[in-house]
Ligand binder design. Structure first.
Ligand SMILES: Cc1ncc(COP(=O)(O)O)c(C=O)c1O
Length: 452
């Protein structure tokens, strides 16, 4: 198809996710044809720095020869075989690697293919865990403690444990009831210090558990950063405090590392920063280096053991997807883990993260740049109205900034008035510098009418 035919067919046939199609169809879309390292190239061969890592997934750069090779080698053997009742080589090898690199308590790997599915599985497992232990004693356990502004995906279970009104309010009649705790982000709270915030939240959670303990299956949270709500960073010791409460009251700790896992926050997993050892961990996005869809729900030995029986339909976890543990996808994930080691990527991120943070913090001298927050290579910059900095910048203006960045070779996204920086994880220092330079120039062009 030529360019015009592609644009027309995109308008005619494709329904884009999380997109108001009425607005999308007003402009010609950028149609990506290929990628190379940190760059995306459209069908006119324009290059864009991938500042959103193709939706927070890309780790080692696009079109990586070693990842391509691992995938094609596996394709030469077999593209798919089922994990229902049999196994395949890459899924076994990957499970062993995941158990080795994740917190100690996590001993088993249950595969799926999206972050939403990983969370859906975690919720169902946690619910059934208590029923398998003692259905009568734990009959009331059917709720989860969740966080305001949480996001865990778009399937009904994942929406049920989410807490973002814009995305979730419309589905209120379809979802099941949970108990929501205040958002653990200082700028969203009335507290003055992180220590006071965490202390206040601990009291709030303790009160909930003391009143509803019998009903609670688990505590579900995004550790360190609530991403989709606008990159809301937490005090690192908040998750440690939650872990201590979960241990004190015998509640399953379910950590959703779909966005934060695989180096995104500067350590391999966000849990590492606070030395947290969850009962269940959800992984997806960066697990394959951002190449192919794969997710995993990892559990402790104790959770797994609660599902063991000698009789077929007794205590069995009746959940599974057709492509669970697909060998091509698992082969990509194994190679991605090899690359993490070979390129010392976590060390590299400590340098690029410091540069990104410094450059974004330097923008705070502009009175329309508000809160800057994040960890690793996951940052959000809050934009205010230049004529009234107490007000958020209007969305059409935010969109003009995003558009100007694209015209100048940077692909980034906004979440409302927050510009998000979640670049390809192995971006070089000079590419990080270029990314923030383009953003700074776009701010000047759109908000101060200065030409770039
Ligand atoms: C923390 C978190 N959990 C779950 C999901 C859902 O993942 P997926 O889009 O692969 O279903 C996301 C997606 O952004 C996420 O950020």
């Amino acid at each position: 198809m030529n360019k015009q035919a592609l644009i027309q067919a995109d308008r005619d046939y494709v329904w884009h996710p999380f997109t108001q199609m009425g607005v999308y169809r007003e402009h010609d879309p950028i149609i990506i044809e290929r990628g190379e390292g940190s760059y995306l190239y459209d069908i006119d061969n324009n290059a864009y720095l991938d500042g959103y890592a193709s939706l927070w997934v890309n780790v080692h750069g696009h079109n990586h020869p070693k990842l391509n090779q691992a995938i094609t080698e596996q394709l030469g053997k077999i593209a798919h075989s089922t994990l229902l009742g049999s196994s395949n080589v890459p899924s076994i090898e990957l499970a062993k690697r995941l158990v080795e690199i994740t917190p100690e308590r996590l001993q088993k790997v249950f595969y799926s293919d999206t972050g939403s599915a990983a969370v859906e599985i975690a919720i169902k497992m946690a619910y059934q865990y208590w029923k398998n232990l003692d259905a009568e004693r734990y009959a009331e356990k059917k709720k989860f403690i969740t966080l305001k502004n949480g996001y865990h995906g778009d399937t009904i279970g994942a929406v049920s444990v989410g807490g973002i009104d814009t995305f979730h309010a419309i589905f209120k009649d379809l979802i099941f009831e949970n108990i929501q705790i205040s958002c653990p982000s200082l700028f969203q709270s009335e507290y003055e210090t992180e220590a006071a915030l965490v202390e206040g939240l601990v009291e709030e959670i303790r009160t909930v558990i003391e009143h509803h303990g019998d009903e609670i299956c688990g505590f579900v949270l995004e550790p360190l950063i609530q991403g989709a709500t606008g990159i809301y960073a937490q005090p690192p010791h908040f998750i440690k405090a939650v872990e201590q409460l979960c241990r004190e009251y015998n509640i399953l700790l379910i950590v959703d590392e779909v966005a934060t896992g695989f180096g995104r926050t500067g350590t391999m997993f966000a849990c590492e920063r606070a030395d947290v050892n969850p009962d269940i961990m959800c992984l997806a996005k960066g697990i394959t280096g951002g190449y192919l869809p794969l997710a995993a729900t990892m559990t402790s030995q104790a959770v797994y053991d609660a599902f063991i029986s000698n009789r077929h339909a007794d205590k069995t976890f009746f959940h599974g997807h057709t492509y669970t543990g697909n060998p091509v996808v698992c082969a990509a994930a194994i190679e991605s883990l090899n690359l993490f080691e070979e390129t010392h990527l976590i060390d590299h991120i400590s340098k690029t993260s410091a540069l990104l943070e410094d450059n974004l913090n330097a923008l705070k001298t502009l009175d329309y740049v508000g809160n800057v927050r994040g960890y690793g290579l996951m940052f959000g910059v809050e934009l205010a109205d230049p004529s009234d900095p107490a007000q958020p910048l209007a969305i059409p203006t935010v969109e003009r900034i995003i558009q100007t960045c694209k015209e100048n070779g940077l692909m980034i996204r906004n979440l409302e008035n927050v510009i998000t920086f979640v670049p390809v994880l192995n971006m070089s220092l000079s590419e990080i510098q270029k990314m923030t330079d383009i953003f700074k120039a776009a701010l000047a062009q759109v908000l101060e009418n200065q030409t770039v």
